[in-house]
Write a protein that binds this ligand. Structure first.
Ligand code: SF4
Length: 899
């Protein structure tokens, strides 16, 4: 933790990671760092932060930051003045638009952007360039929820709020590993269970950490959520449990939807058959749902990331509409948003199929927005969604792309093809915080330095429609600028200066608020007209506010308890979903399905979270999880390596054998890229099939095969600076205290290492060589401090990485420690605590197992002894499992489960 001058004041801001939207207090230490704590007054978290939020202070350094504009000149990126970079971008855009038309240019944005930045990008492209080719990485995250909401409600409205989670009697989580991906909201669920006795059902092909606390876990076959909720709709209808008045007064299409549900899953038995669940489990779920008035169904990427994701969403919404359990305290469907400002992006129209302020491409909406913006050439139809957009780039139809704050070369499906497509662009602009990532390395022509979290100022909206301020508490480094400023400067150079004459984020927010209220009259859900006249000071001081915030109207926490939907007839639509079917088949060559998702302590492609030693300690290497029966069948051994191959690409990953994985399924996390690992970029493995309504890719069921991959040697390097490892290694990089760790595996002769080490380190070198035994260990020193340390040995005995890491973190080593270092064993005062389980307090598995052996019998016992699990609580399921394993006298196993 950074020590902080107590006279410095904390700044109230918002976490930049997930859609929970936790309030953060950031207190700068005056030398570039800051102390971070949860904001006790923020309604999303009331002071609590998860491991990622708690570690934000470790991610705000300037190492690897992009600090100046750069233009590629004769193949090399060179520093240029802002005016030259902006002139160049505007000149090239103008030329391409004049030659090929507005649809030859595109923006690819990010759910990490602030609403004000998003607003300006969308206005420039849709209102002034005249194309709707503006899409965002939110397309990969929750576009199916948007499409499902719009089909059912006539608008992209989240009907409930977080208080519903506190007040529900039944919490149904579908395709959501909230324990790891929305940890603070998950803690609210656990608090409800504890205080009020709420029950929890978890529906997921994987038995994730979220399932640990569930009364009922339904490990259904992938892609069958629609069948489960169709069966539920039939069950409710057949047992007289529908809210007939609500259906009659506020909805249409019920009969068709019920008829289709009967075709899909007309009974408990048919539902069990379709989903692969037991009839008893299906019946239990149906009973819990039908007997509980206060039900909140929460869903996330497991539902959204599907070629039938929109139908899945609508199958869930159908059940809530049919029972009138919507927009009532403790009773609502609830889409858990992945990114910090995916909701803000939806508000401004950051998706290619929305125009602005929750308006679409209907003639009245187009006309209204055109008049409001005084737009000279407003887009009149939807643009290309993310996957289509990159396909159009590959075909050469889109010739100019501006990427802002995201890393599509890693995160898009079929990512190798997307990366190659970017290399064909005539103009490729990237606004970024970092000097290098996989997208930048895909041949960027213009690199523009943007402000990062802690430096920028504006608003974000969380999953419950709550708008919060992100405030700057650090000065802008180098020549970095806000995204809205960069976009406005280009707009000005394109000849649209009068419409982009913003002086501050507050200016933009006021305009955004005014558009939301413009000719609204209660006909559109998104209305923050009450905030249109905020002064600059009031914007600075703005407390979290939930929308709608209509001028002269009472606050409204929920929608639709009394109908009043946003279709022209003000009624909701039941949707008859298609018969569930995955877009791809397995076959003899690809007998498994690859699921992808997040892990607890990393975020997206790690450009921020990867800077934190605490976060890097939990799961430092890219891995694939496989069921023991499949591991047996395919010869894969726990803690060894495996090659995962799909029709799109291949990766070599650490193998984790776990019964938490369903037979026939693999799971691999999405976070590793070519910037931080040799072979962990799983986006390159994912099929590019998309949902017909939302355009969201099916990222969780790509047909795959797995084969064991063997390395003779394993090892690690710890270094004060980033280094280049010898060719042909398998490696993954993680931040550690005082530098970087490279975990590697290798098949080459050991004799190459001494020369390599001498080339990257200083002269004071200690070595231990046993080439015959397959061991080489060495460390170089600057005074009493380790500069570089290399351990390589047989796969089963590469040395205790946790001990060496502790010694590397020390400012100086004693003579004894220095002597013992190359033994790789504990020295006095440096005891290996094993892999980190509790990231908040850095508590390792060995310490926890010791506490259990010493009599700790509950997570609370462990918390009392070691503090583990007492902050964000994300590791509590893991603590419980270690206790259970000890109880059944099974040795603790590595745990690597994620969303
Ligand atoms: Fe940030 Fe964690 Fe809160 Fe999400 S749950 S907003 S990652 S602190």
């Amino acid at each position: 933790m950074t020590s902080v001058d107590p006279t410095l004041r904390a700044t109230r801001t918002t976490c930049p990671y997930c859609g929970v939207g936790c309030g953060v207090l950031a207190t700068p230490d005056g030398s570039g760092g800051a102390a971070i704590s949860g904001d006790p007054e923020h309604p999303a978290n009331f002071g609590r932060l998860c491991s990622k939020g708690s570690a934000l202070g470790e991610t705000i350094g300037l190492e690897d930051r992009l600090l100046h504009p750069m233009i590629r000149c004769k193949g090399v990126l060179e520093r240029v003045a802002w005016s030259d970079a902006l002139d160049h971008v505007a000149h090239r855009l103008k030329h391409i638009i004049a030659r090929d038309g507005a649809h030859a240019v595109a923006f690819y944005l990010s759910g990490q952007m602030l609403t004000e930045d998003y607003y300006v990008a969308n206005k420039l492209m849709k209102g002034f360039v005249g194309s709707a080719n503006v899409d965002t990485n939110s397309r990969l995250c929750m576009a199916s929820s948007v499409a499902g909401h719009r089909r059912a409600f006539g608008a992209d409205t989240v009907p409930g709020c977080y208080e519903d989670i506190d007040e529900a009697d039944l919490l149904v989580l579908v395709g959501s590993n909230a324990a790891w991906c929305h940890p603070v909201t998950f803690q609210r669920m656990l608090a409800n269970k504890q205080k009020r006795g709420a029950r929890m059902v978890v529906i997921d092909p994987r038995r994730t950490n979220t399932a640990e606390d569930a009364e009922l876990f339904l490990g259904l076959k992938p892609g069958t959520d629609t069948a489960l909720f169709s069966g539920l709709l039939v069950h409710l209808a057949d047992n007289g449990l529908l809210d007939r008045d609500y259906i009659e007064q506020h909805t249409t299409g019920f009969d068709e939807a019920l008829m289709r549900a009967r075709q899909i899953a007309g009974s408990v038995a048919a539902t069990a058959l379709a989903t692969g669940l037991t009839e008893a489990d299906v019946a239990s779920f149906f009973k819990m749902f039908r007997e509980t008035e206060r039900v909140v169904t929460l869903y996330s990427q497991g539902v959204n990331q599907s070629a039938q994701g929109t139908d899945k969403v609508n199958a869930i919404l159908n059940c809530h509409l049919a029972t009138g359990r919507i927009g009532k305290p403790g009773a609502s469907p609830f889409s858990l948003t992945g990114q910090p400002n995916a909701m803000g992006g939806r508000e401004v129209g950051g998706l290619a199929n929305q125009l602005a302020a929750h308006m679409g491409f209907t003639p009245p909406d187009i006309d209204r927005v055109r008049r409001f913006w005084k737009a000279p050439r407003i887009a009149t139809h939807e643009g290309l969604k993310a996957v289509q957009m990159f396909e159009a780039i590959a075909r050469g139809e889109i010739k100019a792309l501006w990427v802002i704050g995201t890393n599509p070369a890693v995160s898009l499906p079929d990512a190798d093809v997307a990366r190659e497509a970017m290399k064909k662009l005539e103009l490729f602009v990237v606004s970024e915080n970092v000097r290098s990532n996989d997208t930048v390395e895909a041949g960027v022509h213009v690199l523009l330095p943007a402000l990062a979290w802690g430096e920028k100022s504006g608003t974000v909206t969380n999953s419950e429609r709550c708008i919060s301020r992100q405030r700057s508490f650090l000065p802008a480094p180098g020549e970095a600028r806000p995204d809205w400023w960069i976009l406005s400067e280009v707009a000005n150079r394109l000849g649209f200066g009068a419409a982009f004459d913003y002086k501050s984020a507050a200016d933009i927010f006021r305009e955004h608020a005014a558009l939301s209220a413009f000719e609204n009259n209660g006909n559109r859900d998104f209305d923050i007209g009450a905030l249109t006249s905020l002064s600059d000071d009031a914007f600075d001081a703005m407390a979290p506010v939930q929308w709608p915030s209509r001028e002269g109207a009472e606050p409204q926490a929920r929608f639709f308890a009394n109908g009043n939907f946003y279709a022209n007839d003000r009624k909701a639509r039941f949707v008859a979903p298609e018969i569930p079917a995955l877009r791809s088949e397995t076959n003899a060559g690809r007998p498994l399905r690859l699921n992808t998702g997040r892990i607890r302590d990393q975020w997206h492609t790690m450009t921020r979270s990867g800077l934190s030693p605490r976060l890097g300690a939990h799961l430092p290497e890219p891995f694939v999880e496989i069921h023991p029966d499949d591991a047996n069948k395919y010869g894969v051994v726990d803690d060894s390596f495996a090659r995962v191959t799909t029709d799109y690409g291949q990766c070599i990953l650490k193998a984790v054998v776990s019964e938490r994985q369903q037979r026939g399924m693999l799971f691999a996390p999405i976070h590793w890229s070519e910037a931080n690992a040799s072979s962990g970029r799983v986006g390159a493995l994912v099929a590019p099939f998309t949902d017909p309504y939302s355009g969201q890719p099916e990222s969780k069921v790509t047909p795959a095969s797995i084969t064991p991959y063997e390395y003779v040697f394993r090892g690690f390097v710890l270094s004060r600076k980033r280094i280049e490892l010898p060719q042909s290694l398998w490696w993954a990089r993680a931040a550690v205290t005082g530098g970087y760790a490279y975990l590697f595996a290798d098949n080459a002769d050991l004799t190459r290492w001494p020369n390599w080490l001498r080339a990257v380190s200083c002269d004071d070198l200690a070595e231990y060589r046993d080439f015959g035994g397959g061991v080489y260990r060495a460390a170089s020193f600057a005074g009493d401090r380790i500069e570089t340390c290399l351990f390589v040995g047989p796969a089963h005995d590469a040395g205790d990485w946790d001990v060496v890491k502790s010694l590397f973190a020390a400012v100086s080593l004693s003579d004894d420690q220095r002597r013992m270092l190359l033994s790789g064993r504990s020295t006095e005062g440096v005891v290996s605590t094993g892999p980190v389980v509790c990231a908040c307090f850095g508590v390792g598995r060995a310490s926890i197992c010791d506490a259990i052996a010493d009599g700790a019998r509950s997570a609370a016992d462990i918390g009392a002894r070691l503090k583990a699990g007492t902050n964000c609580g994300s590791c509590i399921p893991e603590l419980k499992r270690l206790i259970a394993q000890a109880d059944t006298a099974i040795a603790p196993q590595p745990v690597a489960v994620a969303n």
